[in-house]
Design a protein around this ligand. Structure first.
Ligand code: SAM
Length: 233
């Protein structure tokens, strides 16, 4: 269970109301039962339910079971796609160990329906399920131009480009496994101007995910999985 609380020996804390309801009503846990909690900073702890009522429950941190692992410096930059597809991408990015997801507004997308809180909840749930000790940050939507204009020093921009010449991702990954961001375009692809700007960007490496045109969610999952395989993560 992901908790936003201090985790140290004998620390007592109350999980969020929805978490308490899930523990008591759905998982049918009760006082004395134990579960594993993490807060993204202090590793994983075995916690015991010390009090439970209709209003909620209280947990006590008993023993650290896993040391905190550093967050990954792998980032996914995803152009805003249809809500259901975006939610799938967030869930898979969390499962595949992504450290942060940035949402890019491009010429052919719009940010109207994007609910970052909902996407963050999906990231928490996927992190709990996959056994991570941190939750990927979901940054609010930002214009692609802005995002690449302020590109951080030393970070590689892996530009997944379905059009034009590009080396296979695995080839590009070899020897570039430092901080990297994988960029995936929207359903309608990048505009010619965006593609030209990306191709000219000093930190960008254009890569291919094969001869077929993949949907954005397939491309995101394939690129993350390939990168993690190359990084051995
Ligand atoms: N332009 C096409 C269209 O309008 O349907 C394809 C866009 S594709 C659905 C969305 C994104 O997935 C692309 O912008 C690219 O980032 C990535 N992608 C899809 N297939 C790819 C491939 N074979 N190689 C590299 N990237 C790919």
């Amino acid at each position: 269970l992901y908790v936003d609380a201090e985790l140290k020996e004998a620390a007592r804390f109350a999980p969020r109301e929805d978490q308490a309801r899930y523990l008591l009503a759905v998982m049918r846990q009760s006082v004395g039962d134990e579960l594993l909690c993490f807060n993204g900073r202090d590793g994983e702890w075995r916690c015991r339910i010390t009090a439970a009522s209709k209003r909620g429950c209280e947990l006590e941190a008993v023993e650290r079971t896993r040391e905190q692992t550093p967050a990954s410096d792998l980032e996914l930059v995803i152009a805003l796609v249809k809500r259901t597809r975006l939610e799938t991408i967030i869930e898979k990015a969390a499962e595949l160990g992504c450290g942060r997801v940035r949402l890019a507004v491009t010429r052919r997308t719009n940010a109207d329906h994007t609910r970052v809180d909902r996407l963050s909840a999906i990231a928490v749930e996927a992190s709990e399920q996959t056994g991570r000790l941190d939750v990927p940050e979901i940054a609010p939507p930002e214009k692609l131009e802005r995002l690449i204009a302020d590109w951080p020093e030393g970070r590689t921009l892996i530009f997944c480009d379905e059009a034009g010449e590009a080396a296979p991702l695995l080839e590009a990954a070899a020897g570039r496994l430092g901080p990297a961001s994988i960029l995936i375009g929207p359903e309608g692809g990048f505009s010619p101007e965006e593609r030209a700007g990306l191709r000219a960007h000093p930190a960008a490496v254009a890569v291919s995910l094969g001869p077929r045109i993949l949907r954005a969610d397939t491309a995101a999952i394939a690129a993350l999985a390939l990168w993690q395989a190359a990084a051995g993560d």
